[in-house]
Design a protein around this ligand. Structure first.
Ligand code: ADP
Ligand code: MG
Length: 563
């Protein structure tokens, strides 16, 4: 090995990602010493004094793109790991450094006279002793060229900030995706950026975004229908049997099953009665196919009445407890103002089509995204509400006229809350609604985008359905290992950089991009930043502003349940 190696990247502080900078001219970093499957080992060319215990091997960086000529093409891969081997004798310190490279694909001339094109996979392996070089600007331009399908521009390549990173719109949209990364790594901004780019290109889209912290409303001002419990009625009669059991019945399994069966009979009777009311049936039609899950209106007062009647027929009065409990719970919820969006039910009418039309944006009417603000929803029923919404979206797609599908994208922030890995945690129907979309949604034109800081706590079966992955900085070992296990081998080199990514940087892998890439998301306009209502302690504790009046006003609201 020669001693003329130039250093392409400055040495960095340990643990920090190197700053993106324009790629240097092609430069040899070493030679191939082993070839196994899709992996190469390279002996790295040393610094100024090879094998003498001096200097650093700074030309090779984890996650860097390198190339190795093969007999008929140029193979490319990412550096996955680096090792320095040292041995000291009496007189000298001997050193050798090796790099493991995960192959990605090759650049080859497909037909004479045409420029080389990049494709995944390798047709011929590099030979032992072949030189390994850093990729050049031209290589990057060829590999990450603009695909000839519609694209979205969301950022720039890490290796070269002058090169645009393209997302393939159709592949990204029609399949499921996930955005993962530690808190503060830039997931919410990335999501906003992607959706804004998407909706600018497709102003008649249908996106439903579940927003647990009410942070997206201002990021999509003017183009979003913002739904909160204050402005939408989602009547209880839309709930499935399982969902209403979750809301109304006791926790302990024995009481729950007794209450559930009483409730079931009462609901079916109440539905029949409502449909029999002259003029009330509306588009819901006749009751011949009625089940406890059919989304037809019924009155809660009738349910209470039916439960009362059933209780009256009991021959042993000591069995009345489940009946009484149900009636009390229903009455309490009807009085509770926090539940008014679901249980007020002053006038029951069949407005299911209106609700769907508003939530799914049909017609779009200039607002292609619905933001469902969940922060004001009582925590006891957030899961039920999410289950209901996901089920409505999926069932709407299933009952869609095949010829005229309205494709819908469901975005779920903080997804680990709704689809936890542990079956016992969370609410089973919610997990099932989302799992059903993950499994079958594509068939019906429903795509899912999951956003989470805890990928390892999400149901593996659901996350593995996500074809495009945006992985932002991730420090937790378990999360990294989990993400790696759900992905193809060829991306392992890039994924090793996950803990050192900077805010706003991401690795994108999967169907949405031509090839795995490390990018920096574009800067989001400050007026489009998602903003949570996080309390600033430092600001609030800065001065003594509030008095007894303030406490009084809270007590007042508390008692009268007025927001
Ligand atoms: N693309 C971006 N453009 C501008 N600022 C960003 C971008 N990505 C992240 N940031 C900054 O990082 C902060 C945290 O990002 P955020 O998206 O809220 O992270 P997360 O949702 O992962 O917790 C933001 O408040 C913003 O200041
Ligand atoms: Mg966030």
């Amino acid at each position: 090995m020669g001693d003329t190696t130039t250093i392409s990247q400055p040495a960095t502080e340990a643990g920090r990602a190197p700053a993106p900078q324009p790629p240097q001219p092609q430069q040899q970093i070493g030679v191939v010493t082993a070839v196994t499957g899709f992996k190469l080992s390279c002996l790295l060319q040393g610094p100024s004094a090879p094998f003498q215990g001096q200097g650093t091997y700074s030309a090779a960086q984890i996650g860097a793109l390198v190339k190795v000529p093969t007999p008929n093409a140029m193979a490319f891969g990412f550096i996955q790991n680096l090792t320095l081997h040292q041995r000291a004798t009496d007189e000298k310190m001997y050193r050798a450094a090796t790099a493991e490279i995960e192959l990605l694909g090759e650049l080859a001339v497909r037909s004479p006279g045409t420029p080389p094109v990049f494709s995944r996979g390798i047709s011929t392996y590099p030979v032992l002793g072949a030189p390994a070089y850093t990729a050049t600007e031209r290589d990057l331009a060829r590999i990450y060229a603009k695909p000839d399908t519609p694209t979205l521009q969301i950022g720039v390549l890490h290796q070269d900030p002058d090169k645009i990173a393209y997302l393939r719109a159709q592949d990204f949209l029609s399949k499921h995706s996930a955005i993962v990364g530690t808190v503060g790594s830039g997931k919410s901004c990335a999501l906003t950026l992607i959706l804004r780019a998407l909706l600018a290109a497709h102003p008649n889209g249908h996106v439903v975004l579940l927003d647990p912290h009410d942070e997206y409303a201002q990021a999509f001002q003017g183009m979003a229908e913002v739904i909160t419990p204050q402005n939408l009625q989602l009547p209880y009669w839309l709930l499935s049997y399982e969902e209403i059991v979750e809301v109304l019945c006791s926790r302990d399994p024995v009481s729950r099953s007794r209450e559930a069966s009483i409730l079931k009979d009462a609901i079916i009777e109440a539905k029949r009665e409502f449909l029999a009311t002259p003029g009330a049936a509306g588009p819901a039609g006749s009751g011949t196919y009625l089940t406890v899950d059919t989304p037809t209106p019924y009155r809660l007062t009738t349910v209470v009445q039916k439960i009362g009647q059933a209780m009256g027929k009991l021959d042993r009065p000591d069995n009345t407890l489940p009946y009484l409990r149900l009636m009390t719970t229903i009455e309490t919820l009807r009085q509770d103002k926090r539940y008014a969006f679901m249980f007020s039910g002053l006038s029951v009418r069949d407005n299911m089509a209106e609700i769907l039309s508003r939530v799914l944006r049909i017609p779009v009417a200039g607002k292609p995204i619905t933001i469902v603000g969940l922060s004001a929803v009582p925590s006891e029923i957030v899961n039920v509400l999410v289950s209901l919404l996901c089920r409505l979206i999926f069932d709407f797609a299933v009952w869609n006229d095949r010829g005229e599908t309205v494709p819908i994208m469901l975005v779920c922030d903080e997804a680990h809350r709704y689809i936890p890995r542990e079956e016992s945690a969370g609410f089973e129907p919610t997990r099932r609604s989302i799992a059903r979309i993950a499994k079958e949604g594509r068939k019906y034109g429903v795509s899912l985008c999951l956003v989470t800081q805890r990928p390892s706590e999400i149901s593996e079966a659901i996350l593995s359905q996500c074809s495009t992955l945006f992985a932002l900085r991730m420090t937790n070992e378990r999360d990294q290992a989990f993400v790696r296990s759900t992905l193809p081998e060829s991306a392992a080199g890039l994924l090793n950089t996950l803990p050192t990514l900077r805010q706003q940087e991401a690795i994108i892998i999967g169907e949405g991009v031509a090839h795995p890439m490390r990018i920096r998301f574009n800067d989001l306009d400050p007026s489009h930043h998602p903003k949570g209502k996080a309390t600033s302690f430092t600001e609030a504790w800065g001065e003594d502003r509030k008095g007894l009046d303030f406490v009084n006003s809270i007590v007042e609201r508390w008692r009268h349940q007025t927001p």
